[in-house]
Design a protein around this ligand. Structure first.
Ligand code: NAD
Length: 361
């Protein structure tokens, strides 16, 4: 991989390799773009097969965060950290504190948070060494983001309904819901209140059983969810679920769910459009999580976080308007929404002001 060529192509600002021999820390912090503010993104600890895999993951995830935060209207850039190692056996106080010191050394250009393999308890240790952190325990903690994510997805689904059927009402609609985890379960409860007929699936039979009992949902086997005749398919489990095999099987008018990176490849956004299926781009509709954690930076206020997550309704409609304006898929339109905001802010920032204001503004 030609690193600088890649950095140039996607306009990365900074890649930092971090290493601490005594604790065994080997990691990479990537700052993609800080036009809108400090780069916020979680720290992932993972048993990567090799260094290149770790680097590619960090690069891809950092860029994704730029787009997600920009499109969500946050004054934050995109970044990500990865630590190479087994999250079950490789963590120690020394390793986490060493990581924290490297984050502090970046002077606030990067703000870290939890991600796969890293817990709130770990973040509390990292916090001993850095101020540039979210997702720690205590009074200002934003807590589990999943209910806020689900709330944002629910508003996004209503925006899709408005576009497709001219009304926000979901009463009597059928939603095929894949994944009944933290977000999927919360979303199921919100949809049920709306009078939706729920058809659900999960690889964990206990979760399916619980949702059937509590919400009166119907259930299908995981491999059958694609074929369910429904109004809305809501992927809330894994990524890459929209692909050459699954898109032809879908029997819905709308795809709108919480999962990250739903399209296996870029072309699958166009494939959905060609099938006449309205797709709510994942990083727009699932931004409730980052909105929630970003609120911590201002002193966490749950009601404000929920209000901002409700704004996903308007943002989804904005994406659909861009798609129509430019004759492109909604997936490409979502990128354009983020890019337009970054470009606009670059221009606004070129106006001279005498005094430095709060960082990020
Ligand atoms: P989770 O791990 O709590 O839930 C995922 C659920 O999907 C589990 O119940 C799992 O058993 C099920 N699942 C896995 N494979 C499946 C399959 N093949 N078929 C059916 N079900 C399957 O995760 P979560 O926090 O609810 O997140 C769900 C998705 O939303 C993920 O893609 C995540 O990246 C994304 N997301 C979550 C948040 C958040 O706030 N938690 C924010 C943004 C995006």
């Amino acid at each position: 991989m030609e690193l600088f060529e890649y950095l140039d192509r996607y306009q990365y600002e900074q890649v930092v390799f971090i290493h601490d021999r005594p604790s065994g820390l080997r990691g990479i912090i990537v700052i993609h773009d800080t036009t809108l503010g400090p780069a916020l993104g979680g720290c992932r600890m993972w048993n990567y097969a090799n260094e290149e895999e770790a680097l590619i993951d960090a690069l891809r995830l950092a860029r994704g965060m730029t787009y997600k935060s920009a499109a969500a209207g946050l004054n934050l850039g995109g970044g990500k950290a990865v630590i190479m190692g087994d999250p079950k056996t490789g963590k120690s106080e020394a390793l986490l504190r060493a990581f924290g010191r490297f984050v502090q050394g970046l002077g606030g250009r990067y703000i870290t948070a939890e991600d796969v393999g890293v817990s709130v308890a770990d973040m509390d240790i990292v916090h001993m060494e850095t101020d540039f952190i979210t997702g720690v325990s205590g009074g200002n903690s934003s807590g589990d983001p999943s209910p806020v994510t689900a709330y944002g997805v629910w508003h996004g689904i209503k925006a899709c309904a408005h576009k497709a059927w001219g009304s926000d009402s979901l009463a009597g609609k059928t939603v095929a819901l894949q994944g009944l985890g933290h977000v999927g379960y919360e979303l199921a409860k919100l949809l049920k209140k709306d009078g939706v007929r729920l058809v659900v699936t999960d690889i964990d039979p206990e979760r399916v059983h619980a949702v059937r009992a509590e919400l009166g949902a119907e259930a299908v086997a995981p491999e059958d969810i694609w074929d369910v005749p429904c109004d809305i398919f809501s992927p809330c489990a894994l990524g890459a679920v929209l692909n050459d095999d699954t898109i032809p099987r879908l029997r819905c008018q709308i795809v709108a769910g919480a999962a990250n990176n739903q399209l296996r490849e870029e072309k699958h956004g166009q494939m959905l459009k060609d099938r006449g299926i309205l797709y709510a781009p994942d990083f727009i509709i699932n931004a409730g999580g980052v909105i929630n954690v970003a609120d911590e930076l201002e002193g966490y206020d749950r009601q404000r976080a929920l209000r901002k997550a409700a704004g996903i309704y308007d943002r989804i409609l904005q994406v659909f308007a861009i798609a129509e304006r430019d004759g492109i898929s909604t997936a490409v339109a979502a990128d354009r929404l983020a890019e337009e905001r970054i470009r606009m802010m670059k221009e606004v920032r070129s106006i001279y002001v005498h005094k430095e204001r709060k960082p990020g503004l």
